[in-house]
Design a protein around this ligand. Structure first.
Ligand code: NAD
Ligand code: MG
Length: 296
């Protein structure tokens, strides 16, 4: 057995700030400096999702990519959704996991479109031969200093991506989800400690918390559990493509008790836990992964 040395979480991942860099949303993670760690070299599975069939939205990059890698290595067949402009990140994920013999289906498309959400579920269900995990990770975040600068276009795009798509996807998926299926949404520390520059985004993340809790109670009698992951500051493409004001990047995550931003890899185990039978008595919960800025 490998004798693994205990690690200090303060320094387990990059503990410095980041250089300013700006990409057009939604950004390409492969072009970030440094590229986020999604567990490509480190995540080891142990059959926790063997035989499961999972859809992961936002799975090309960041937190969704970390969940996708973990789900596949835990034995799930996966379908991954992302925007067509992110094909490069999606293909590197496909290449990585296919080399390991995993079943991965790529389904690009825009979640702001209700019809696409329906097609996504039909396609995922058909190509995976069923569906029993929904990991809803996709999200849009555009920082604005003043509410006057939040256009109706931005407001609608943020709410459609972050909130409406959850309704459309779950409604389309319910006929296929068996007892034992799990839904994991992605809220944020922003639902609990909102930043002044993220009024619209933080509002969507609060809505996701309410959605998760209400839906969990509604679906409990069907044996379907619904939980949420609430990340703190995590180094991802979202942050370098307008999610943060540029001058915040050098300090990004440094104000948490653990004094650094998190990496997507540090969230993967929680998505696995909430998707798997290991969390069989857990529903309507929100799991904070925030570096210490707790959610309640
Ligand atoms: P990311 O940019 O790597 O992932 C977000 C993904 O959302 C994109 O890859 C894209 O595929 C998808 N997406 C956006 N708009 C879409 C649309 N219209 N149609 C289809 N897909 C779309 O960034 P991330 O930080 O890993 O984001 C994942 C989730 O985590 C988001 O819900 C985000 O709000 C949430 N979150 C992130 C942080 C953070 O600090 N990074 C903190 C709290 C919550
Ligand atoms: Mg992406």
């Amino acid at each position: 057995m490998e004798n693994k040395k205990i690690q200090n979480p303060l320094h387990q991942y990059r503990d410095e700030g980041y250089e300013k860099q700006l990409q057009k949303a939604p950004g390409i993670q492969e072009e970030m400096k440094p590229v986020p760690d999604c567990g490509e070299k480190t995540y080891k599975g142990s059959d926790k999702l063997k035989g499961r069939k999972a859809l992961i939205t936002g799975g090309d990059s960041g937190i969704g990519r970390a969940a996708a890698i973990a789900f596949a290595r835990e034995g799930a067949d996966i379908a991954v959704n992302y925007l067509p402009s992110e094909q490069k990140d999606a293909e590197s994920l496909l290449e990585l996991l296919e080399k390991e013999g995993k079943k991965v289906i790529l389904i690009p498309g825009d979640l702001k479109d209700e019809n696409f959400c329906k097609e996504l579920i039909e396609k995922a269900n058909k190509e995976l031969g069923g569906l029993d995990v929904l990991a809803l990770v996709a999200g849009k975040q555009v920082a604005q200093e003043k509410i006057e600068d939040i256009t109706t276009e931005q407001l609608e795009a943020t709410f459609k991506t972050n909130v409406f798509s959850l309704f459309w996807i779950v409604k389309a998926a319910l006929p296929y989800l068996p007892a034992g299926a799990t839904i994991v949404t992605t809220s944020s520390i922003q639902a609990f400690q909102p930043s002044p520059t993220l009024v619209d985004y933080a509002s969507t993340k609060s809505a996701i918390v309410a959605f998760t809790r209400a839906l969990a109670k509604q679906l409990a009698s069907k044996g379907i559990r619904v939980n949420s992951v609430a990340p703190g500051p995590i180094w991802t493409a979202l942050q370098v493509s307008g999610g943060q004001p540029q001058d915040k990047l050098p300090e990004f995550g440094q104000d948490t008790p653990l004094k650094r931003a998190g990496q997507p890899a540090e969230l993967a185990a929680t998505y696995v836990l909430l998707a798997s039978e290991d969390s069989s008595y857990t529903t309507a919960e929100v799991y904070g992964i925030t570096g210490g800025n707790h959610t309640t």
